[in-house]
Ligand binder design. Structure first.
Ligand code: SAH
Ligand code: SF4
Ligand code: F3S
Length: 484
């Protein structure tokens, strides 16, 4: 039996439901918010119905991401009428962008909290419960003060961690910087995430050590332009390469990745670090966005296709095994067939491991929306999206074929999607893991292998997946000689 004190605590437990959309930054923010709420006795639930606190961690990068949240909010109208004690909060990038508009569109929302104010979430929820008053906490806009004032109003929120909210207990994100100062004309991120600010190396190292002590093996460093990291520590300037070197020495961390790279900041010191540090994955996400100089200029990306290709050549020369991936926007303002064909040519030549392709979505308040008409019809955007995807998928398929018969090392992440759908309940089940170059491998395994780094031999491939078999002790030495 529980002592009285604890019994009361259990009966008081709040149930939290959280839905997260957007990029890895948001996934990390959700992890941190959940950790802070758990400290106050909250328990996670995967049913919005049974929760007394519902949070949406939102994204504004494309209209579609916002629509999804507004329709989810629409479905909660009755829930709030029937249970006025429920607290509904909208946090993250759309909270910063839409602010009071959220209350207008969904009057039963209690809280709107921007990504620079997440440290306030637990107190705000406590204050909101059972009260009619709505609360909004957002950071200053990019034109609403001096750079210092604006920076201070966007606080990096990196306190406690919560392993249950991570992709897996063995993998964690560490945010090395917040914000973005690149102001690509199509992009909302600089205005919702505020000025670029790098976090102090000693905080990052302490976080890495703590994660390692908790059993985490892989750390992915996060930043909107992660390779623009710069931190002045007295006379010393820390760059991403210095950070990688320092975190590389943390015992227990076996893999290091970093996303997302800005092409112009892909310096040789960084490439040398990737080449020379065995724990650093040879996986580089360096979005190019378009293969047309005219579009790149309109996007204000700050490089030409030729410069991007030179950078790619440098990567291939210094790290021949590197897997490079990219993002593309199709149908940006004024994009002609010819511009688009130049993008197709670049994809054919660059042979990215994979590409994320997005249809341009006009974002109010951006320079793109102010200066240019969103004049490519939706149908054409769709067509271009599909066409580019086909080209990329064929390349991915061809490149994956090269892995046939090869030996790779994977970090086992957990049951594969198919295994989850089939409801397989171990110990023997289909598992999934990732190679050093971020390729997905599925294999028949045992539950106890989750979280281990294992040698696997590849016997089948597709555009998206490698199929492998664990290399066992006796067969090891011969199979190990088969390649990377
Ligand atoms: N900071 C990263 C990614 C930012 S958002 C970078 O600089 O690459 C992720 C991707 O979304 C971008 O790379 C871009 O391809 C896409 N994106 C951003 N704004 C968009 C918009 N308005 N419409 C469509 N796609 C967009
Ligand atoms: Fe957006 Fe450009 Fe900054 Fe990336 S670099 S977050 S695309 S403004
Ligand atoms: Fe979306 Fe904000 Fe990330 S707008 S892409 S969640 S930084």
């Amino acid at each position: 039996m529980l002592p009285d004190e604890e019994r009361r605590d259990v009966s008081k437990t709040h149930k939290l439901y959280i839905e997260t959309v957007g990029c890895q930054m948001n996934m990390l923010d959700s992890e941190l918010v959940v950790a802070a709420l758990r400290k106050r006795g909250y328990e996670l639930t995967d049913s919005a119905k049974s929760a007394d606190t519902i949070l949406f961690n939102t994204c504004s990068v494309r209209q579609h991401a916002e629509d999804k949240i507004y329709s989810a909010l629409g479905r909660l109208k009755n829930a709030k009428q029937n249970h006025p004690d429920k607290v509904i909060g909208v946090i993250g990038c759309m909270a910063q962008k839409d602010q009071k508009l959220i209350f207008q569109r969904a009057p039963y929302v209690d809280l709107v909290v921007g990504p620079g104010q997440l440290h306030q979430v637990p107190d705000l929820i406590d204050a909101a419960r059972g009260k009619a008053e709505q609360r909004m906490e957002v950071s200053l806009g990019r034109r609403d003060g001096s750079r210092d004032e604006i920076s201070r109003s966007h606080e990096s929120f990196d306190p406690l961690r919560d392993p249950e909210m991570r992709p897996t207990p063995y993998q964690a994100y560490v945010r090395i910087m917040i914000g973005c100062d690149k102001f690509c004309t199509y992009c909302i991120v600089p205005s919702v995430r505020g000025p670029e600010q790098s976090r102090p190396p000693e905080h990052l190292l302490a976080e890495a050590r703590q994660l390692a002590a908790e059993g985490c093996k892989e750390i992915t460093l996060l930043g909107q332009t992660v390779n623009s990291y710069r931190y002045r520590d007295g006379a010393r300037i820390w760059r991403l390469s210095d950070l990688l070197n320092a975190i590389h020495d943390v015992d227990g961390i076996e893999r290091l990745k970093f996303v997302t790279n800005y092409p112009k900041d892909m310096t040789d010191d960084l490439l040398s670090a990737v080449r020379d540090l065995p724990k650093v994955s040879s996986y580089l996400h360096v979005p190019v966005q378009s293969g047309s100089n005219r579009m790149l200029e309109r996007m204000k990306r700050g490089y030409t296709v030729e410069e991007y290709r030179e950078m790619l050549d440098r990567i291939r020369q210094m790290i021949p095994e590197a897997a490079v991936t990219s993002d593309f926007i199709v149908g940006f303002c004024g994009e002609t067939d010819d511009d688009f064909q130049q993008t197709c040519d670049l994809v054919r030549a660059a042979r990215f491991k994979n590409s994320f392709i997005f249809k341009y979505s006009e974002r109010p308040g951006t320079k793109g929306a102010e200066r240019f008409a969103d004049d490519v019809p939706e149908e054409v955007k769709k067509q271009r999206n599909n066409e580019l995807l086909l080209i990329q998928n064929q390349i991915s398929e061809e490149d994956n074929l090269k892995f046939l018969g090869r030996h790779v090392e994977i970090l086992v992440e957990g049951p594969s999607k198919a295994s989850q759908q089939r409801g397989e309940e171990g110990p023997l089940l289909q598992l999934t893991g990732r190679t050093h170059c971020d390729r997905i491998v599925v294999f028949q395994g045992n539950q106890r292998q989750i979280g281990q780094i294992l040698p696997v031999i590849i016997f089948d491939t597709s555009a998206f997946t490698l199929h492998g078999e664990v290399v066992t002790g006796e067969a090891g030495p011969e199979l190990f000689s088969l390649g990377a």
